[in-house]
Design a protein. Structure first.
Length: 160
């Protein structure tokens, strides 16, 4: 046990990554209510979303979600149990899970109102914890996947 505690204490000093931030955004020429509704309509994700190819569950605080992503590098990931953490009507959907301090992720879709009731989608995720550096979470690949999802949502709402 003492060896484990020493190892855990030394991880940050060994240059291990313990925070991976993903930051993306896109402006969408559609009413904010329509964008928010599309984000909550998990059943339609396979029709337009190239990254979150499956989200099952209810958009309710505390609800468990089953999330499957297809990264731009072709890898398909079944995301371990996540729950809806925050819902603010026409403003935010956040899901996440894990063990804080060890391995934890929070995925945020925030809508910032612009002129004419059109939103900017702020699509971010923060992975934090002492074991994050050991996970297969390449920031460039994830960022590209989030950007692909953002553009697909934009097309879906502006052209559809």
């Amino acid at each position: 046990m003492r060896i484990l505690m020493t190892l855990l204490a030394a991880l940050p000093l060994m240059g291990c990554v313990n925070h991976i931030p993903i930051r993306t955004q896109v402006e969408i020429d559609a009413p904010v209510e329509r964008v928010y509704s599309a984000l909550l309509d998990f059943k339609s994700y396979p029709d337009w979303n190239p990254y979150h190819i499956r989200v099952a569950g209810r958009p309710e605080i505390g609800a468990k979600l089953e999330v499957t992503v297809q990264r731009p590098d072709g890898k398909i990931i079944e995301v371990p149990a996540v729950h809806v953490l925050r819902l603010r009507e026409n403003a935010e959907l956040t899901w996440g899970g894990g063990i804080k301090g060890v391995f934890y992720g929070e995925h945020v879709f925030a809508l910032q109102k612009l002129e004419g009731d059109k939103p900017r989608l702020i699509h971010n995720e923060d992975f934090k914890g002492i074991f994050i550096g050991f996970a297969d979470l390449p920031p460039d690949v994830l960022t590209k996947g989030y950007e692909q999802m953002n553009e697909a949502l934009k097309r879906h709402l502006e052209e559809g």
